[in-house]
Structures are given as C-alpha cells and as structure tokens.
Design a protein around this ligand. Structure first.
Ligand SMILES: Cc1cc2nc3c(=O)[nH]c(=O)nc-3n(C[C@H](O)[C@H](O)[C@H](O)COP(=O)(O)O)c2cc1C
Length: 227
C-alpha cells in the first residue's frame, strides 16, 4: 500500500484538486488521515507534477515553459563539476566548465562530454582531436566560475600544465581531484550540443582532494549540509 508521508503532503506534493476529486475515506472507517489516503489513487498521484508535467507533453506547452521546467528538473540532480580543456590551432589553451560528463564504457575506457554549439572551446576540441576532463575540487569553485565565462584570458589567471599525451588539453592539477586525457572517437550533434565520445588515454588523481558539486544551481561540497 502506497502512503505518502505527511511531510510530502505538507510540502504541496498534492494539489487541493487532487484531494477534492477523490473519495475521502471516513476517518473512523480506515483510521487514517484522509489527506494521506487520497494519495493512494492513481488519479491523485497524477497531479503531483501537474501543471508542470503537462509542459513536457509534446506540443502541450510553449518552448519557453519547457526550457524552464527542464532546467528546474535537472537542477535537482547533483552533478560533479568538470573543466574540459583543449588546445586550439594556435596552441592556445581553451576550456569551459561542464557538468554534462558521463562514464560510458570500461573496455575500451570511454567517457562523454556535451559541449554547447556556441562554445569557444569547441573548435579547439575539434582541432586537437581530444580533450582533458578535470574534476574540479571543492576548494576551487572560483575556477569553475571563471571557466564558465567567455573571458579570453582564462588560462592566464589559473595554474595549469600541458599533458604528456598528445590530444589532451591543459591539466588543472592544483584545482582538481583527478583528470582524464581523452582522444575523440566520435561526435554527435544532439539538439543544441555536440556530444563527444572520448577514449581515455591517460589520467591522474590528487589524493585527499574533495569534489565540487553543482546542485539546485549552486556550487556545493559533499560536506555542505546547507540543503
Ligand atoms: C555549473 C555549470 C555547468 C555547465 N555545464 C555545461 C555543459 O555541460 N556543457 C556546456 O557546453 N556548457 C556548460 N556550462 C556553460 C559554459 O561553461 C559556458 O557557456 C562557458 O562560458 C563556455 O566557455 P567557452 O565559450 O570559452 O567554451 C556550464 C556552466 C556552469 C556554471
């Protein structure tokens, strides 16, 4: 039997319409709080995400509403923060803050990153045929903020070193918990981003460093208990 907690109800998981549309069991009959009982029916569960969920139905909402809902839903998924780097055709370092990173395969070792079509780092990743993924540490949110800008002198303001392996970009070993040097093996256009699949050629870790996390549109560390 599915029973939603009082706390969930109190936080507005069920709309008033959900309550009034459903049979209210007599308190004496069931011995339960009727507000909680009504959550057991499918009909009552449906409005849990309504009207927001409706915005994701094809053609049911203006695109602006869909984008905002998409952003809001994804913001509830905590993500590690990376800086993805590469060298451009002049040998200049480029990089951006990126949370769209994922491990893909163990054998061969593959990862993917999703890069905005308008990113200035994109041509560098293409030119060099690879990239480096730096997992940013909890003490280096300033680096994540800097790399999320369009500033031309990003790499003059932070320490970095070149990788020994050819296709990779700058390694931020003083601001990361680990890095992966990757060779691009495939790229696919997905909406407004390019998905790069990279084979991991090399890497390194910094023992004792804690990761930076992005959750609910804020940078946090794992020991942060601020919600
Ligand atoms: C927390 C955070 C996560 C981000 N994740 C991504 C991402 O996954 N992919 C992406 O293309 N841009 C992402 N961005 C935006 C880029 O970092 C931003 O557009 C940056 O200015 C691009 O720099 P560039 O044009 O020099 O490459 C993110 C920004 C922030 C603050």
């Amino acid at each position: 039997m599915l029973v939603l907690s009082e706390r969930r109800f109190a936080k507005g998981a069920l709309s008033p319409r959900a309550v009034s549309n459903n049979r209210r069991p007599d308190r004496e009959e069931g011995g339960h709080d009727p507000r909680v009982e009504c959550a057991m029916t499918e009909d009552a569960l449906q409005p849990t995400l309504d009207p927001q969920l409706a915005a994701l139905q094809p053609g049911a909402a203006p695109r602006a509403g869909r984008s905002e809902l998409y952003r809001d839903l994804l913001s509830r998924f905590p993500a590690g923060v990376t800086v993805v780097t590469a060298f451009d055709e002049r040998g200049e370092p480029r990089g951006l803050t990126l949370i769209a990173f994922c491990g893909v395969s163990l054998e061969p070792p593959l990862v993917l990153v999703c890069v905005d079509r308008n990113s200035n780092t994109l041509p560098a990743i293409r030119h060099s045929g690879g990239f480096t993924v730096n997992f940013i540490s909890s003490r280096s949110d300033h680096v994540a903020r800097l790399m999320a800008t369009k500033s031309a002198d990003k790499f003059e303001r932070i320490p970095w070193k070149a990788p020994g392996t050819a296709p990779g970009g700058p390694i931020l070993d003083q601001d990361s918990t680990a890095h992966l040097v990757c060779k691009t093996v495939n790229e696919v256009l997905a909406g407004d981003h390019w998905v790069f699949l990279g084979e991991v050629l090399d890497g390194g870790a910094v023992e004792g460093a804690e990761p930076l996390v992005f959750h609910r549109r804020e940078f946090r560390d794992l020991l942060d208990d601020g919600g």
